[in-house]
Design a protein around this ligand. Structure first.
Ligand code: MG
Length: 244
C-alpha cells in the first residue's frame, strides 16, 4: 500500500509544480494519467458510477467554492485560486488515495488560514490515530480545530477505509454526530484509513451541481481539502502517502 501511496504522492507533487496560472485542469489530468500509466498503475476515479454518469476525469480538481469531485476540463487556473487535487490509483492490487489544496500565488489571509487549518485538522488525526482510540475522539478534535476558527466542516462527505478497494469500511466523518457516538469505531492495528477533512470558509452546507458530480458550498465561499492514507500501527499512524 505504501507503493500505491508513494505513486499518488509523486503525481500530486508533479501536478502541484505544473499548476500555474493559465494551465488548464485537463492538462493536470493528462499528467496524472501519463504518470499512472508509466508506473503500471490504474487510475481509479475514471468511470466511477454516479448520478452524473461515469466520472469522466482521472483526477478530481475542485477550485475555490468547489469542495470535491470537480471534473477536470478547459478551465484555466488563475492567480488567487484555491485548487484541490484528489487522485487515486491501484498498483499491484492495492489502492492509494490522497488529496491536497494548492494556493495559486498569493491568496488573502483568511483563505490561507482556511488551507492551513484543513491541513492541521489532518495532522491532528495523524497524531491521534492509534490502536484503541475511538474515531469520535479524533473526529471531535478535527472538528474543533476548524470550528474554533469559524469554519464549517462538511458533513455529506467523509473519509473511508482503503485496501484492495478504494472505498472500504469504516466511514470516517470529520465531525462528531449522535450516529457516530452510538456506533463508534475503535481503531485497530492493521487498519488503513483515508482521512480527508473538507473545510469550508463559511457554511458547512454543500450542494451538487447539475453535472451530477461537482460538490460546491451552498454559500459560494471557498473550501479546502486534504487527504492522507494512514496505517494504524502500535507506534501510531504511519502515513503511506507522504512520499517515503
Ligand atoms: Mg478518499
Amino acid at each position: 500500500m505504501r507503493d500505491a501511496g508513494r505513486l499518488v504522492h509523486q503525481v500530486l507533487l508533479a501536478m502541484a509544480q505544473m499548476a500555474q496560472p493559465g494551465v488548464t485542469t485537463a492538462e493536470l489530468d493528462s499528467l496524472a494519467e501519463r504518470m499512472c500509466r508509466q508506473a503500471g498503475a490504474q487510475c481509479l476515479f475514471k468511470g466511477v458510477p454516479g448520478a452524473g454518469g461515469p466520472f469522466p476525469g482521472n483526477i478530481c480538481c475542485s477550485i475555490n467554492e468547489q469542495v470535491v469531485h470537480g471534473i477536470p476540463g478547459p478551465r484555466k487556473i488563475a492567480a488567487g485560486d484555491l485548487v484541490s487535487l484528489d487522485f487515486g490509483v491501484r498498483l499491484h492490487g492495492y489502492c492509494g488515495d490522497a488529496a491536497t489544496t494548492l494556493e495559486i500565488g498569493p491568496v488573502n489571509e483568511r483563505l490561507h488560514l482556511l488551507v492551513e487549518t484543513t491541513r492541521e485538522a489532518l495532522e491532528i488525526a495523524i497524531r491521534m490515530a492509534a490502536p484503541g482510540v475511538r474515531w469520535s475522539q479524533v473526529a471531535g478534535a478535527m472538528q474543533k480545530c476548524a470550528e474554533d476558527r469559524g469554519f464549517g466542516v462538511v458533513r455529506q462527505f467523509v473519509g473511508h477505509g482503503i485496501g484492495t478497494d478504494m472505498w472500504e469500511d469504516p466511514k470516517l466523518p470529520n465531525f462528531v454526530s449522535a450516529a457516530l457516538l452510538k456506533n463508534d469505531i475503535v481503531l485497530r492495528k492493521g487498519m488503513v484509513l483515508a482521512v480527508e477533512p473538507m473545510v469550508n470558509l463559511g457554511t458547512a452546507e454543500v450542494k451538487i451541481l447539475e453535472d451530477g458530480w461537482t460538490v460546491v458550498t451552498k454559500d459560494g465561499k471557498p473550501s479546502a481539502h486534504f487527504e492522507h492514507m494512514l496505517a494504524v500501527t502500535d507506534d501510531g499512524a504511519d502515513v503511506l502517502t507522504d512520499g517515503r
